[in-house]
Design a protein around this ligand. Structure first.
Ligand code: S6P
Ligand code: ZN
Length: 192
């Protein structure tokens, strides 16, 4: 590979790789992902802000290759629930991933195919190992952008279908200034 293909600079503030058009996810792209539907509709009435953006460095798709993404989640909430990514399983279920925190603070929600959930803290100078067979979502629980890198197999692929259908079983919400991961069903009861 040529030198120019081996190296990329990234901007920690912007959360982008140089020379890459990032993919932007606006609030309107996240229909059905937030638990509080009334709060979601009200927020959408007021505007359609960027919730997060992702920029990728994909130097090769050869066997054994790696890809890297840099993502930036804006600070914000829909009701009590913090701004979040859609979340996905890898299409190649066994593919693991490293997440490396660069700025801001947040959490990852990790959920196995059997519905076991964990909340893991993600902040600058921390690294999280996302095992294979694990759906992963990132949540910005701070008041500045959460920026991180994800490093994964080029063969991993993204399967958004399962999450789009049933969503994560847990939500991360701000209850009286405290970040809590609770059952989606329990949270929905508090809204009823
Ligand atoms: C890719 C990796 C991340 C996400 C990013 C956005 O495998 O996990 O780069 O793409 O966090 O999340 P999502 O769920 O919209 O792809
Ligand atoms: Zn992933």
């Amino acid at each position: 590979m040529r030198f120019s293909e081996l190296m990329r600079e990234f901007d920690v503030e912007e959360g982008t790789f140089s020379g890459d058009d990032c993919s932007v996810r606006r609030l309107s792209d996240l229909q059905g992902y937030f638990a509080d539907e009334a709060a979601y509709e009200a927020a959408l009435e007021a505007g359609d802000p960027i919730v997060y953006s992702v920029s990728a460095f994909t130097p090769s798709n050869d066997e054994g290759a790696l890809h890297c993404a840099i993502a930036r989640i804006e600070p914000g909430r829909i009701g009590c629930e913090w701004y979040l990514t859609k979340g996905h399983f890898h299409a190649w279920r066994a593919a693991a991933e490293f997440y490396i925190g660069l700025g801001g603070e947040g959490v990852m929600v990790l959920e196995s195919e059997h519905g076991e959930s964990q909340m893991v803290y993600l902040k600058a100078n921390s690294i999280i190992y996302v095992p294979g067979y694990t759906a992963h979502r990132t949540v910005n629980t701070g008041d500045v952008p959460l920026v991180y890198l994800g490093v994964y197999s080029a063969a991993a692929g993204h399967d958004y279908g399962a999450i789009a259908q049933r969503n994560f079983l847990k939500v991360v919400v701000d209850f009286d200034g405290k970040n809590t991961m609770i059952d989606r069903e329990v949270f929905l009861e508090t809204l009823a």
